[in-house]
Design a protein around this ligand. Sequence first.
Ligand code: PXG
Ligand code: PLP
Length: 412
Amino acid sequence: MFVSAEGMHYQTADNRQVLDGTAGLWCCNAGHRRPRIVEAIKAQAEELDYAPAFQIGHPKAFELATKLRDMAPEGMEHVFFTNSGSESVETALKIALAYHRANGQGERTRLIGRERGYHGVNFGGISVGGITNNRRMFGSLLTGVDHLSSTHLPDQNNFVKGMPEHGADLADELLRMIALHGAETIAAVIVEPVAGSTGVLIPPKGYLERLRAITEQHGILLIFDEVITGFGRLGAPFATDYFGVTPDLITCAKGLTNGVIPMGAVLSTPKIHDAFMNGPEHLIELFHGYTYSGNPIASAAGIATLETYAEDGLFERANELAPYWEDALHGLKGLPHVIDIRNIGLIGAIELEAIPGEPTKRAFECFIKAFEKGVLIRTTGDIIALSPPLIIEKEQIDQIFDTLATILKELD
Ligand code: PXG
Ligand code: PLP
């Protein structure tokens, strides 16, 4: 149990300090309890608690949307506010379908995701997502969904620093789907630029470019799910900037408010936005929206968060720290049970060999031992995933990997 937090640390109920190696759940990119964000929330709660987002507005939602647009990749001009990554995904999928319909191409209804993709827990997200256990309990899900293969090629790419060489051609599977179904039936492809939740799968060199080229050529929208990669995780505002490949829609959440208040957003190009904006004033443009879209207190937290990132130069800081992070992480190569190490920006993964017949147990033991030694890590399957707040110091990077090295040597 965590009872308080400050900067890089959590405090437990029994008064121990735990170094945050995961930015909470990939979301507290500026570290914990940042004064500007705390003050903004207090002040907003005293001024305007809630305003409807249907027909009515309030200044902070527009201020945040403007700040987000200014930070967003070139061409991303419009913002739709949600309350989580999962809602951002549902929103983006619905915008994609409605966009084609508004354009007279309502037969474009097919959605394409990817194996080992994670797009939250709602129906659209689990349908396009590729995590078997997240899907198997919940019925037949959306129809008309296909999945590209995962880009994870452990035999060819293990222990690679940064982007792997092999696998760009996996994007060509989309051509097979186009040949099979007809491009005119496909609405959108959704992928995480870097798959986070399923164990940090880095896109092979050229893969995202190829996906962009094929989608563009066939009038298919490309959605980048940047719920984890947004807000500096790779040392750039968005993965879109980092990879230099621009999708049609970007989903984000988590770091938008530093994890402090639930909020997400979908960013879109004018082409998509404008397709809905040609009716008379009194009619609804897009039949979608949440009670809490653009909530005033969340908006205030978002503004203060984006200001904190800019004022402290945190995205640049992440970029500068990335080589140190990479070296420290790959220093674990050769330790017992370590079968792969992957990294990009301030993300790292250490894949462990599973205990025969007991998958996930070895990584879970690591998690418990690290917690006891004062470091918070995250595990998924037998993979340790790391994503510290971008304020991390080099000595704290050393602390994470020294602790893990000690634990790996101790494990059976
Ligand atoms: N898309 C992506 C790419 C995500 O990583 C979501 C959508 C859903 O966001 P919400 O806010 O609805 O949770 C996510 C969330 C983990 C972990 O351990 C990752 C997430 C959530 C919880 C745990 O890797 N990512
Ligand atoms: N269910 C009912 C009965 C509702 O009235 C509403 C919203 O008005 C919702 C669900 C959706 O809730 P939210 O807008 O918080 O997502």
